[in-house]
Structures are given as structure tokens and as C-alpha cells.
Ligand binder design. Structure first.
Ligand SMILES: NC(=O)c1ccc[n+]([C@@H]2O[C@H](COP(=O)([O-])OP(=O)(O)OC[C@H]3O[C@@H](n4cnc5c(N)ncnc54)[C@H](OP(=O)(O)O)[C@@H]3O)[C@@H](O)[C@H]2O)c1
Length: 240
């Protein structure tokens, strides 16, 4: 029987690419996000092969209703995120710090908690951090601390929720709609600059991260790891 995978954040970018990949490998996939419009477009993109539901994962009531509606499943993938989060400490406001954590770290953890009633007892959870957790670049204090929180949580939860497996993927700069918060005229330049700062000399594609997520979903002996998929961005070297 095919494995059932729930992807919260599966209506865009890396989550959507993961849905496509796992459907191709014979999984049954449920994609979710807040926007009904985005969900409809994603389901169309997936040729009607996936199921879909709306949920705001920052709301525990909505999460309880969501998982009750989904029913039993085997694997949870959480690719949701807040956008932005780049600021110096001097410009940092409590509101910005809260916004980013309430948009990423908190809903990722609430998603896992809410899933426990219906997630298979030896199933898996895959969270998404980011390479910012490993970098020392000025301006990343909010983004990096929120992502470091997610990646540390994966390791802790692997111990706490065993025998369920819990892992995280730590992507570098990937060309997805996440970057739409950057003004259109600066978007390509920002991505090109980020790509040039990696060992492989380019930004990543969502399907490259999807491969890593699929590995963590499928490999039944891997737990408590944070898998970088960043073209070597964390190494501090650039393509020769
Ligand atoms: N793209 C990159 O360069 C990059 C780099 C490092 C790490 N990452 C991480 O990789 C993961 C995937 O990123 P991406 O680039 O695929 O982002 P994306 O294209 O912006 O997709 C984010 C998805 O999350 C959903 N979402 C956001 N908040 C939600 C909430 N509260 N409840 C339910 N769904 C929610 C969005 O749908 P709605 O808006 O409709 O809710 C959307 O489907 C994120 O955790 C991101 O931080 C990305």
C-alpha cells in the first residue's frame, strides 16, 4: 500500500516540488497552506493527483481540525515559512522578531504537535531550516536564530518522539516564490549574487531540495540529522 504524506507548505516552492516528486514515487500526498487560491493552483499544477486542504498552522484549533479531516498518515513534511527577516540588531524590533518566529519556528512546532494523534507510530517528520543557521553574516540575526531553532528542534524531537524519525533539511538560496518579498527589480540580482557566493556557483532549484526531503522520508534508518542542501554556501568558498 502506498505511503501517505502530508506537506504543510506544499502549495508553493520546495513543498510543491516535494509533492510532485513523491507523487511520482507512488505516494499519496496531501498539500496544505493558508490560501485557498494558492491551494487550487497547486492542485492544478499536480494534475489533480494530490489532495489538498487549507490550514493556518499558527492556529492550534485549525491544526486540530485539519488533522482530524486528513485522518491517519505516514509522514509529515513542514515547509511553511515567514518571509523576510533580514535586519541588523540596531534596527531589530520586538515585532519583527515575533513576526518571524510566529511565521516559522512556532507553526512548524505546532504542526508536529498536532500531527501526533494521527501520524503513524514509526512514521517520520521532516522540518525545513535554512543555511542562515550556519552563517555569520551581519543582518541574519532574526532569520538565523529562527532557523537554528527549527534545526535544533529536529534533533531534540528525534529523541523525544522516537521511534518516529525526525529530521531537518537546511537549504541554501533556492529560487522559489519565497523571494517575491524582494522588489522585482532587485530579485534577480539578489539571487545571482547569492548564487555566486556558493561553491557550485548558482542558486538551487526547489526539486534539488525535494530530493533531500524524499530521502529523509524514505530512509527508515535516518533520524536526528540536519541535511544541508546549499550548494556549499556554508563553506565560505566560491566556485573557481
Ligand atoms: N527559498 C529559499 O531560498 C529558502 C532558503 C532557505 C530555507 N528555505 C526554507 O524552505 C522552506 C520552504 O521554502 P519555500 O522557498 O518553498 O517557500 P514558499 O515558496 O514561500 O512556500 C511557503 C509555503 O508555506 C505556506 N505557509 C506559510 N505560512 C503558513 C502557515 N502559517 N500555515 C500553513 N501554510 C503556510 C505557504 O502557503 P500560504 O502562504 O498560502 O500559507 C506556501 O505554501 C521554508 O521553511 C523556508 O524557510 C527556503
Amino acid at each position: 500500500m502506498s505511503e501517505r504524506v502530508v506537506i504543510i507548505g506544499g502549495t508553493s516552492g520546495i513543498g510543491l516540488a516535494t509533492a510532485e516528486l513523491l507523487l511520482g514515487r507512488g505516494c499519496e500526498v496531501v498539500v496544505a497552506g493558508r490560501s485557498a487560491e494558492r491551494l487550487e493552483l497547486a492542485l492544478k499544477h499536480l494534475d489533480g493527483a494530490a489532495q489538498g486542504r487549507t490550514v493556518d498552522a499558527s492556529d492550534e484549533g485549525q491544526l486540530a481540525e485539519f488533522f482530524a479531516g486528513v485522518g491517519p498518515f505516514d509522514h509529515l513534511v513542514v515547509t511553511l515559512t515567514a518571509n523576510g527577516g533580514v535586519t541588523s540588531l540596531l534596527d531589530l524590533t520586538p515585532a519583527e522578531l515575533r513576526r518571524h518566529n510566529e511565521g516559522k519556528l512556532i507553526p512548524q512546532l505546532l504542526s508536529v504537535k498536532a500531527a501526533l494523534g494521527t501520524l503513524r507510530a514509526d512514521g517520520s517528520v521532516t522540518l525545513l531550516g535554512a543555511v542562515s543557521s550556519q552563517l555569520s553574516a551581519p543582518g541574519l540575526v532574526v532569520l538565523a536564530s529562527s532557523n537554528a531553532g527549527v534545526e535544533t528542534a529536529a534533533r531534540i524531537l528525534a529523541a523525544e518522539l522516537a521511534p518516529r524519525r525526525v529530521n531537518a533539511v537546511s537549504p541554501g538560496v533556492i529560487d522559489t516564490p519565497w523571494w517575491d518579498w524582494v522588489p522585482a527589480e532587485a530579485r534577480q540580482q539578489t539571487l545571482d549574487g547569492a548564487g555566486a557566493g556558493t561553491a557550485v556557483g548558482r542558486v538551487g532549484r526547489p526539486e534539488e531540495v525535494a530530493h533531500a526531503i524524499a530521502f529523509l522520508v524514505e530512509n527508515t534508518y535516518t533520524t536526528g540529522v540536519v541535511l544541508p542542501v546549499d550548494g556549499g554556501a556554508r563553506l565560505g568558498v566560491t566556485a573557481g
